[in-house]
Design a binder for this molecule. Structure first.
Ligand code: PLP
Length: 392
């Protein structure tokens, strides 16, 4: 089908919840994609940070095909090898104690919030179910994770929202103490706020926050849906902050494009969720777990170390272009925010880059780049060339 035919059918049969680019991607390889008319695009978006090992990686494909031919699904009423090996790998490489698997980021965060409330209920009884989150955060689109999200624009239409969330300013312990109280069970943060604008939290703040949480027996919940799986230059971002969360969630990049998410808990929290208290039909699906095992295999320590180098190089090159519409860059690893200069619209610049053959994203008031972690120097150079030609 041509792009026009696809667009017409989409508008007739699909609920129009997304502001889409007028582009229909058909296939690709690595960080190079092609639309239905054969036009080439360089991928600085990875879906939204999902295609951690690029498009159609041969080992990822082979793992999925082999598992699909063996066993495509089995319920959690039975054991199966892929999710068990995946849990072992994730715990071994992160230092966490145990895993629970789900399908999407919002769902993983819901599990984390449920766990925190039950941990507190088991120890202290009712009345201690409040979770503190940070302003400008993003934690998902379910009613509860919208409530957890510290941005008023998300608190609309869908009333009543789940109660029990209060918001503090990022990097400000006084602000956190002001909204704290005897009803608090946990603090939930993104270490690099993603949707909010690629804003890394300060290291000192995060370490003090971890101490405060330990003192008050608040659980420290880290939402690594976007920052996890190598994106920031370590398997999990918390590993660079010198802290260990009580619970950490992951999703986007874990299975390289298949829907999978989960949480990892420390030793203290492994016994909180018990039979009957939490479940999900697709959790630990064997094909998704096999894809995730392939992703972790491809993203070995070497590959993840290169993420830092690639990110540093890409930021340097973008700043060296000296484009009048762009400002400084920030971020960690291959999670990069680019400031947009006064008088320019990030949405407009992003749309123009997409149209010109460079897929990218916005976040906050800037541009956001989340290339596949396996992107090559040549692909980055091609992407930079599009940026230079289109935005000069
Ligand atoms: C994308 C994202 C989510 C939501 O994930 P879904 O898979 O869309 O439910 C939650 N938290 C963060 C930090 C995210 O980036």
């Amino acid at each position: 089908m041509t792009f026009q035919e696809l667009k017409e059918l989409d508008s007739r049969y699909v609920i129009q919840t997304y502001g889409r680019n007028p582009i229909a991607i058909d296939h690709g390889q690595g960080a190079t994609l092609y639309d239905v008319e054969g036009k080439e695009y360089i991928d600085f978006a990875s879906g939204i940070g999902v295609l951690s090992v690029g498009t159609a990686h041969p080992r990822w494909q082979a793992a999925i095909a082999a598992q699909a031919a063996r066993l495509g699904h089995i319920s959690n009423l039975y054991y199966s090898e892929p999710y068990i090996r995946l849990a072992q790998q994730l715990c071994t490489r992160s230092g966490m104690a145990a895993a629970f698997f789900a399908s999407g980021g919002g769902e993983a965060n819901e599990g984390m919030i449920k766990l925190a409330r039950k941990y507190s209920f088991d120890r202290y009884g009712e009345g201690r179910g409040t979770v503190l989150t940070l302003r400008n955060s993003f934690h998902g689109r379910t009613i509860t994770t919208l409530a957890a999200t510290g941005q008023d624009v998300f608190h609309n239409y869908f009333f009543p929202f789940t109660e029990g969330f209060r918001y503090a300013a990022a990097n400000d312990l006084d602000s956190l103490n002001e909204v704290a109280g005897h009803d608090v069970c946990a603090v939930l943060v993104e270490l690099v706020q993603g949707e909010g604008g690629v804003l890394p939290l300060e290291r000192d703040y995060v370490q003090e926050l971890a101490r405060l949480c330990a003192q008050r027996d608040w659980l420290l919940l880290v939402d690594e849906v976007q920052t996890g799986v190598g994106r920031t230059g370590s398997l999990f971002c918390f590993q660079q902050y010198g802290i260990t969360p009580d619970v950490v969630s992951f999703a986007k990049g874990i299975a390289g494009g298949l829907p999978m998410s989960g949480i990892l808990v420390n030793e203290k929290c492994r016994g909180v969720l018990t039979p009957g208290t939490h479940a999900t039909t697709f959790g630990g699906n064997p094909v998704c777990a096999a894809a995730a095992l392939a992703v972790l295999d491809i993203l070995d320590e070497d590959a993840i170390a290169r993420v830092k180098e690639k990110g540093a190089w890409l930021r340097e090159q973008i700043e060296a272009l000296n484009l009048p519409c762009l400002g400084r860059t920030r971020g960690m690893g291959l999670m990069i925010g680019v400031e947009v200069a006064d008088g320019f619209s990030n949405k407009e610049l992003c749309a123009r880059l997409n149209q010109a053959g460079l897929l990218c994203l916005t976040a906050g008031a800037g541009l956001r780049l989340l290339p596949p972690l396996t992107i090559t120097r040549e692909e980055m150079e091609k992407g930079l060339a599009v940026m230079k030609a289109e935005l000069s």
